[in-house]
Design a protein around this ligand. Structure first.
Ligand code: NAD
Length: 549
């Protein structure tokens, strides 16, 4: 789909078009368009193709001194010429995803008030209570189909960044478009400003949010309730993605709204799905099945429990009972191994509190439990020590080691460490990207368990099928569809996720699996189209310039 027709409005001419990022083509406007649209003289005479414009943009990006400068430049391009921005990102996805998303987006959010240029998305703060629907109606692009919403309390592994967390919904929605072709004008980033407990930000005169501490309890719950209801009222077909809420809110919000709205939490379900896909692929390398795995997690927050829940759902689907499935997952958090007789466990941790004596350290847990896989989702760098990796190697010929904490500085171990300490035997994936590792004359390519493999395809599947709910089954089917698309040549290099260069094709495959769940389970009033793949392709946006004459 190449979208966008010029508004049928005579006043929409000249510089207004150049200042509209959705319509602007910059130096690519043809001579005829320039004459008809009143652009003559407003642009330099040389007409460039989009490809030539991409060359200029990439030259600029590569000449920047830092990744943060690259981020600022790219966001400015998004604000100036959206089609060109997506063309650049799609054609250089491996190079630019780490800029528009983790790790650079984290750095950008930490400085958001200082690098702020032009507002994007909607900010809704506590003062707006009672009027949230009116604010949503201020969205200038017609019908929004996907909202990514955060309250900024747990941005990546960086903690509470308040309203300055807006970079995350903006970045995630850019990935919906780049990776799955969701029309950018259907993508609405929202920050719910419920205050911040970040002292540094509260003292910073350039902070973008309301200067107050976070509200909790009824005040918070009522605010979220109004937001969800208003979103459904203003955009009846909306899919809502909860993003980077602290786990004290994320789990209750998901439980409360998952059956009342078309809604999911990417940190819980998206992470669960991408990690499950990694396990399916790793099992192809190790010659085992999912039900053969015993997984030990370091960290029992949104990501850890989310992964445990999606794995359990997939195992139940394979025929295990829920309690048998949960027995495959063990958790160590900041207080040690989660076991049945540990007091004061939250409800979501209790599910995985098995009968076992307490164990103090992670290394001890590895030695005692003999897992096939360890998954780091603790935000604690260096916690997968040499001793831990070596212990995993004594238990398994091909140990599965996922160090998923973001950004790179928080990763439980590096790719190089995992491969070196395991003499190249580890099946490794990380949350943020690592470069390939040279070991004994072999190049090993680490996998990146990036949620961007999953949520764009899930979103596309929900949109195409007009599903009214986003279910756990969609997430484990998405994981299977992702793992099925890993090529033998990827696995041979140690890589357990497909190349990001194939992400659009991969997302379309995931969308098909997700839409099939919706049709099969009556989650939509639509009939399954005979040519579902064709319907998915037709829904996808391509950033080619339209002709305006
Ligand atoms: P969270 O705050 O909800 O949970 C963190 C967990 O780590 C808690 O259970 C905490 O008790 C535990 N922890 C903290 N210090 C510890 C220690 N010293 N030893 C053992 N456990 C400790 O955070 P989250 O949302 O679960 O995210 C955790 C990490 O996972 C973050 O760095 C995040 O960026 C990363 N993550 C990665 C992906 C991905 O790779 N696809 C997706 C989501 C989250």
């Amino acid at each position: 789909m190449i979208r966008k027709v010029l508004p049928q409005n005579d006043s929409f001419r000249g510089v207004k078009i150049l200042h509209d990022p959705v319509l602007n083509k910059g130096t690519a406007f043809t001579l005829e368009e320039r004459q008809v649209l009143g652009l003559s003289g407003l642009l330099p005479p040389r007409i460039h193709t989009q490809k030539e414009q991409v060359t200029r943009v990439m030259e600029n990006i590569r000449n920047k001194a830092s990744d943060l400068d690259r981020y600022i430049y790219l966001i400015a391009l998004q604000d100036r010429n959206e089609n060109l921005f997506y063309r650049v990102v799609m054609d250089h996805i491996e190079e630019l995803m780490p800029i528009i998303y983790t790790p650079t987006v984290g750095e950008a959010c930490q400085l958001y008030g200082h690098i702020f240029r032009r507002s994007r998305g909607l900010y809704i703060s506590l003062q707006d209570r009672g009027h949230i629907a009116d604010i949503l109606r201020n969205w200038p692009h017609g019908e929004a189909r996907i909202i990514v919403v955060t309250d900024g309390e747990r941005i990546l592994g960086l903690g509470d960044l308040g309203a300055d967390g807006m970079g995350i919904p903006v970045g995630k929605l850019a990935l919906y478009t780049a990776c799955a072709g969701i029309d950018p004008t259907a993508c609405l980033p929202v920050t719910l400003d419920t205050g911040t407990n970040n002292r540094k930000l509260l003292k910073d005169p350039l902070y973008l949010g309301v200067e107050q501490e976070r509200v909790r309890g009824d005040q918070y719950d009522e605010f979220i309730e109004e937001f969800i209801r208003a979103s459904q009222q203003v955009f009846p077909n909306i899919l809502i993605q909860l993003e980077d809420f602290a786990n004290i809110n994320a789990f209750p919000l998901l439980r409360k709204y998952r059956d009342r709205a078309c809604l999911f939490d990417d940190d819980i379900q998206g992470t669960g799905s991408v990690a499950l896909a990694g396990l399916y692929s790793a099992a192809r390398i190790t010659g085992s099945k999912l039900s053969d795995q015993k997984i030990l997690f370091l960290g029992a927050g949104e990501a850890g429990i989310g992964i445990g829940d999606v794995i359990s759902a997939a195992l139940v689907n394979e025929g295990l009972s829920l309690s048998e499935a949960r027995q495959r997952c063990w958790f160590v958090d900041s207080k040690g191994l989660i076991v049945a007789d540990r007091g004061n466990l939250t409800e979501f941790k209790q599910r995985y509190a098995h009968e076992h004596p307490q164990v103090e350290t992670f290394l001890e847990a590895v030695i005692t439990l003999q897992p096939t896989a360890i998954v780091g989702v603790s935000g604690q760098p260096n916690s997968f020590s040499r001793e831990v990796v070596e212990a995993m190697c004594r238990i398994n010929s091909r140990p599965i080691i996922f160090a998923l904490s973001n950004p790179t500085s928080k990763s439980e171990c590096t790719a190089k460490e995992a491969y070196t300490w395991s003499a190249g035997q580890a099946v490794f994936a990380s949350g943020s990207p690592f470069d390939p590792v040279e070991l004994d004359g072999r190049t090993i390519v680490p996998g990146q368990g990036n949620n961007a493999y999953i949520f764009p395809g899930v979103g596309l599947g929900v949109l195409v099928s007009r599903a009214t709910r986003a279910t756990d089954e969609m997430f484990f089917e998405a994981a299977k569809a992702l793992a099925d698309q890993v090529l033998f040549e990827d696995l041979a290099k140690g890589r357990i996720y497909p190349s990001l260069n194939r992400i659009r094709e991969v997302s379309a495959g995931i969308a098909e699996a997700v839409a099939n769940v919706a049709y099969r389970n009556g989650l939509t009033e639509e009939e399954r189209p005979a040519d579902l793949v064709g319907a998915i392709q037709r829904e996808m946006y391509y950033p080619d310039y339209p002709s305006y004459v």
